[in-house]
Design a binder for this molecule. Structure first.
Ligand code: PLP
Length: 391
């Protein structure tokens, strides 16, 4: 017989304490509304290119619907090693783990290296998933805030180095950064790497937006350019942004070859492998996808320049032009509750933006706008924002 008042069930404390995504909360509030202009989610506006889709379809039709290698099909691992060798430094197949999206790569490398009670440091504002993943594992997260100026977001390097005290397990650093578009400089990377080497601190570099970078060679500075293979440096990445593949859920991690076997075990116990047909699509993307990146970069550059100009033309609104990503993170004078502000924008003006508070308390007072969209749509969004602000 069941007891009349069974103990209430609950998740473990670390999970209960997680912050639910405020971006999701907002999207759910606007669900089913056809009149909302959606700029809230970080997603390219074009579907995956046909040659990539066809590679996935051909694989399914060829019957590649079974379990596969934990660390990825050999041809994709090889192609990624070649791609990274071209982009950054000589990379071996043994350093590559194919994962079920970038977020899964981050979870896996965290499971691999972060233990309960560990302390990690993050540069914020930051994509919420990166802030919550270490907490799921029982780590504590200390933050160092970027500073806003109309010329661009700025990192106080000394503040970060001071925060990276001996005993710190890892620095999680996303550059180009979601949501601010800030990109770390080569000099800052050198200083951080030196410091972390000295203290045995891991660097987890989230390079998701490295190909959405609007300066120089259009490849953002990466710790992979500086660190030797085998050092305490991990880079995670995704097919989502560079090759317009958000829904496919494919990513990878670059890590010391000495960790290959342990990473394989973790993949086995998390997902066992990324679907083979998705990996085949990824293989097409990484080997033939440079024109996709070039095309996307030019579209987004135009969108960025348009939106930044328009936003800065609204009285009370201030934004720094992002050097990377697909986000404008703007400040609204006098606004102190970004979640309420964004909910109102959805309800009363049909404008879907992401509240700055979703990226940590340091993001309060700001709003994130994903500018992966055509100019007329952005212009309509700006008109709605002006209307909402009475500007
Ligand atoms: C900073 C950052 N890292 C990683 C990802 C992971 O992308 P995905 O899980 O789609 O591969 C995202 C997605 O928005 C992101 O913004």
């Amino acid at each position: 017989m069941r007891p009349e008042n069974p103990d209430p069930v609950h998740a473990r404390a670390a999970v209960r304490a997680l912050t639910a995504s405020k971006i999701r909360e907002l999207v759910n509030a606007g669900l089913g509304r056809k009149d909302v202009l959606p700029f809230w989610v970080g997603e390219p506006d074009e579907p995956t290119p046909e040659f990539i889709r066809k590679a996935g379809i051909a694989s399914i039709e060829a019957g590649e619907v079974f379990y596969s290698h934990n660390l990825g099909i050999p041809s994709l691992r090889r192609a990624l090693a070649e791609y990274l060798t071209r982009l950054h430094r000589s990379t071996r197949v043994e350093e590559i783990a194919v994962t079920s999206a970038g977020v899964n790569a981050l979870m896996l490398v965290s499971q691999l290296l972060v233990a309960p009670g560990d302390r990690v440091v993050e540069v914020v504002p930051l994509w919420p998933n990166l802030q919550e993943i270490p907490k799921i594992l029982g780590a504590t997260v200390d933050t160092v805030a970027l500073e806003f100026s109309p010329q661009g977001w700025r990192l106080d390097l000394q503040k970060l180095l001071d925060a990276l005290k001996p005993g710190t397990k890892a620095l999680y650093l996303n550059s180009p950064n979601n949501p601010t578009g800030w990109t770390i400089s080569r000099d800052a990377q050198r200083a951080i790497l030196e410091h972390c080497r000295r203290h045995g601190i891991w660097i987890f570099a989230d390079d998701a937006y490295e190909r959405l970078y609007y300066e120089g060679s259009n490849v953002a500075p990466s710790f992979l350019d500086l660190a030797d293979a085998g050092e305490r440096v991990v880079s995670t990445n995704t097919f989502s942004k560079s090759w317009l593949m958000t829904g496919w859920r494919l990513g990878w991690a670059v890590l010391p070859a000495a960790l290959e076997a342990d990473m394989g075990k973790l993949i086995e116990y998390n997902t066992s492998c990324a679907p083979v047909f998705v990996q085949r699509a990824g293989l097409a993307a990484v080997t033939q996808g440079e024109p996709v990146i070039a095309h996307t970069l030019e579209r987004f550059r135009k969108a960025r320049d348009f939106l930044v100009r328009e936003l800065n033309g609204i009285p009370g609104v201030e934004v720094a032009s992002p050097s990377g990503t697909m986000y404008a993170f703007f400040r609204v004078r006098g606004m102190t509750d970004s979640l309420a502000f964004c909910k109102k924008l959805v309800a009363e003006h049909g404008l879907g933006l992401a509240p700055g508070a979703a990226f940590g308390p340091e993001g309060e007072g700001y709003v994130r706008w994903c500018f992966a969209a055509e100019t007329p749509k952005l212009a309509e969004g700006v008109a709605r924002l002006r209307q909402a602000l009475g500007a």
